[in-house]
Ligand binder design. Structure first.
Ligand code: ATP
Ligand code: MG
Length: 275
């Protein structure tokens, strides 16, 4: 950060026209989970713990002092190993999980697709869940009625909408979740791993839909292990490592560094994971 000079102090300088206002500002955010832990790692220890029912709390510092901004209309990709803190960070941006410290500002209406349809109630039918999801996202009944057919048609689940969602396969569940999230016309879309939804046909379709959204004026935060998708969709990539920002910058560079670190090359095995 540059130091203040005399000219900075007097009239407030207007932001440079080239710098779009931030849709999301994350400032020094840390998130710590507290979870119960076994007091011994041995079998004997586990058995005695079961007898005594003693619990030890362990703290997991999932996100550590992370700061960044997502300018309006841009796509931020978040990558990192399993357990790096990506989902935790996105949950905090969605307002579901309060940060332990730091501050998150979000400007605009958010639609979230977290871990495939969190928020759906499996006892309810697909139709009921879409209606509830829409109302929760702030749509009026009229707007929702207009959107409903679109959502169902995109998910290709017309025949299943009046069945309880517990009877859906995992792919069907994910398709409806994806379709609801992308059709809500949000200002800001937060997506965690959505590109791995469904079969090959739906993967292609959801990728095309994502590309359409990314190219439009939407602000998108996308968490994925699919590096090809990241390279194609993201404007900037943030690599999270053990809760901290390891690198932040142009997709190609950050992904190259990440792959080198993870020792994965673009072979058939990893390419299959990518869209
Ligand atoms: N509800 C929870 N309670 C306690 N610890 C949690 C909870 N959720 C996540 N964690 C821990 O926080 C850390 C970050 O988890 P997180 O789910 O954010 O990782 P991730 O980067 O999304 O990983 P993945 O690539 O596997 O989705 C991990 O150490 C995990 O064990
Ligand atoms: Mg995750």
């Amino acid at each position: 950060m540059s130091s203040l000079s005399a000219s900075d102090v007097r009239p407030q300088a207007a932001p440079a026209p080239s710098a779009p206002p931030a849709a999301i500002k994350v400032q020094n955010v840390s998130i710590t989970y507290q979870s119960a832990l076994q007091d011994r790692q041995t079998l004997v220890g586990t058995l005695s713990r079961l007898r005594r029912r003693r619990k030890i709390l362990r703290e997991v510092r999932a996100v550590r002092d992370v700061s960044f901004e997502v300018p309006r209309g841009t796509v931020l990709g978040i990558i990192g190993a399993n357990g790096a803190g990506k989902s935790t960070l996105v949950r905090a941006m969605a307002g579901i999980l309060p940060p332990t410290s730091g501050r998150i500002e979000v400007h605009g209406r958010v639609s979230t697709l977290l871990a495939l349809g969190v928020g759906f109630d499996r006892k309810l039918t697909g139709r009921q869940n879409v209606v509830l999801g829409g109302l929760a996202a702030g749509l009026s009944r009229e707007q929702l009625a207009a959107k409903y057919e679109e959502i169902v048609a995109f998910a290709e689940l017309e025949e299943f909408m009046d069945m309880p969602m517990r009877t859906y396969s995992a792919g069907m569940y994910g398709r409806l979740a994806f379709s609801v999230a992308v059709n809500m016309e949000p200002d800001i879309l937060l997506i965690d791993e959505a590109l791995s939804v469904g079969d090959a046909h739906f993967k292609r379709k959801s990728f095309d839909k994502m590309r359409e959204l990314c190219e439009s004026a939407h602000t998108i935060v996308l968490v994925s292990h699919g590096m090809n998708a990241m390279r194609q969709l993201a404007d900037e990539v943030l690599w999270l490592h053990k809760g901290q920002i390891r690198e932040y910058g142009p997709p190609r560079e950050v992904i190259r560094a990440y792959k080198r670190f993870m020792r994965v090359e673009d072979d058939d095995q990893t390419a299959e994971e990518d869209v």
